[in-house]
Design a protein around this ligand. Structure first.
Ligand code: 5GP
Ligand code: MN
Length: 340
C-alpha cells in the first residue's frame, strides 16, 4: 500500500467511525476471511465495524471466528440497511464494482458513506475515495495484512485475525499453488502461523468436510466432463435436476472446475451450472498460462475476475449455452493452441 493511500486512510480513521465492511455476492473464503479480519482489526482500533454479505455463504466457512455476527442482507435486510445508512465509512472487499453486491447495490449507491476499496481483481470501478487495488496480489486477505502493516499495527495481529486471513489466502491460492502465490505471500503466511493460525487444522476444517451428497455430485460432474482437444479446452455441466438429486447446497460445486483443468494439455476449463431460480447458467472459468478468462468472461458472459480464474453467466438454456460456447471458442483458437 503506497504512502498516499496510507495517509488518506489514516486520516479517515483518525477518530472512531461507524463502519460497514462488505463482501461480494456468493462470498468465498477470501471475501469472508478478509471482511472478518478487517472488521476485527478495526474494532480493536476502537471503531464500530459490522460485516455485511449480500447473501449466505458456504457451511465450510461457518466456523470462522466472528462469522455468526455477519449480517446477511437478503435475510436480515432491515438490519443491513440500517447499518449501511448509519455508516460513515464503507469498506468494500474482494470486488471492485458495486453490481457484485446483488440486492445491496442500490442501498450502497444511495448512502452517504465514503467508500474504501481493498481488492485484487482487474479493472476497478471508480466509486471509492480510497482505492487500494492490486491485481498482482494473491488474495484480498493478503492485502488486508498489508493494510494492517501500513497502519503500523502488525503487532495487534491476534489468533482470530491470523486464522481469518490465513483461510482466505489459502482458499484463493488453491492452497498456495496458483501463480499469484509469491515469496511475499509465503512470508505473510509464515507470520500468520507465528501469530497463531493453525495451518493444518484450518486446511482440515475447509477441505475435509465433504458431505456424501457432494462427493456423489462430483461423480456426476466428472461423468459430464467433455474435452475439446482442438481447443485444449474441457468443460463440465451440471443441470438443476442433477443438483436437486444430490441436495445441492451453496459451496458444493466449489473446485469442481479444477478437475477439468487438471487434465494433461488442457489450458482452459469451464463449469456450467444451471440455476433455474435465477434463470441463468452460472459459469466458472479457469485457465493455465497467459490465456485470459477475465477477458473472455467480460466479452461474452457479463462477468470477469482474474487472468486465470473468472466467473460469468448466460441467460440461454444449458444446451444453448454450450453450443454458443463452442462457437465462441473458435475466436480464441490461436491463443488456446499456441505452445506457451
Ligand atoms: P468463481 O468462478 O469461483 O465464482 O469466481 C472466480 C473469480 O472470478 C473470483 O475471483 C470471483 O470474484 C470472480 N467472479 C466471479 N463471478 C464474477 C462476475 O460475475 N463478475 C466479475 N467481475 N467477477 C466475477
Ligand atoms: Mn479474492
Amino acid at each position: 500500500m503506497n504512502t498516499e493511500i496510507t495517509e488518506q486512510v489514516k486520516k479517515l480513521l483518525a477518530s472512531p467511525q461507524k463502519i460497514v465492511v462488505v463482501g461480494h455476492k456468493n462470498p468465498d473464503g477470501d471475501a469472508i476471511g478478509s471482511c472478518l479480519g478487517l472488521s476485527f482489526f478495526l474494532n480493536r482500533l476502537g471503531h464500530k465495524a459490522d460485516v455485511i454479505m449480500p447473501n449466505d455463504f458456504p457451511d465450510f466457512l461457518k466456523w470462522l471466528p466472528g462469522c455468526d455476527d455477519i449480517i446477511i442482507h437478503d435475510k436480515d435486510t432491515d438490519k443491513s440497511i440500517e447499518a449501511i445508512n448509519n455508516a460513515s465509512l464503507i469498506f468494500t472487499l474482494d470486488f471492485n464494482a458495486l453490481n457484485r453486491t446483488g440486492n445491496m447495490e442500490q442501498f450502497l449507491e444511495d448512502c452517504d458513506a465514503k467508500f474504501i476499496m481493498i481488492d485484487h481483481h482487474q479493472e476497478p470501478d471508480d466509486y471509492a475515495v480510497v482505492t487500494y487495488s492490486d491485481s498482482t496480489m494473491s488474495s484480498t486477505c493478503e492485502m488486508v495484512y498489508h493494510f494492517i502493516d501500513a497502519m503500523d499495527e502488525l503487532g495487534s495481529l491476534c489468533l482470530e485475525v491470523s486464522t481469518q486471513l490465513y483461510t482466505g489466502i489459502m482458499t484463493d491460492t488453491g492452497s498456495f499453488r496458483f501463480p499469484s502465490t509469491t515469496a511475499k505471500t509465503h512470508r505473510v503466511i509464515a507470520h500468520l502461523i507465528e501469530v497463531g493460525a493453525n495451518n493444518s487444522q484450518i486446511h482440515q476444517k475447509i477441505y475435509d468436510v465433504n458431505s456424501p451428497d457432494r462427493m456423489k455430485l462430483l461423480g456426476v460432474a466428472l461423468k459430464n466432463l467433455n474435452i475439446l482437444p482442438d481447443y485444449n479446452t474441457a468443460y463440465i455441466t451440471l443441470s438443476q435436476k442433477e443438483l436437486d438429486k444430490h441436495n445441492f447446497k451453496k459451496g458444493d460445486t466449489e473446485g469442481f472446475v479444477n478437475y477439468a483443468l487438471s487434465i494433461k494439455g488442457v489450458k482452459f476449463a469451464v463449469i456450467f451450472i444451471e440455476n433455474k431460480q435465477d434463470k441463468i447458467i452460472k459459469m466458472s472459468l479457469r485457465s493455465k498460462g497467459n490465456f485470459s478468462v477475465n477477458t473472455l468472461a467480460r466479452e461474452h458472459y457479463n462477468g470477469g475476475g482474474h487472468t486465470n480464474a473468472a466467473g460469468g453467466r448466460s441467460t440461454l438454456s444449458l444446451s444453448e449455452t454450450i453450443s454458443e460456447f463452442i462457437s465462441i471458442l473458435s475466436q480464441y483458437k490461436i491463443e488456446l493452441t499456441d505452445a506457451s
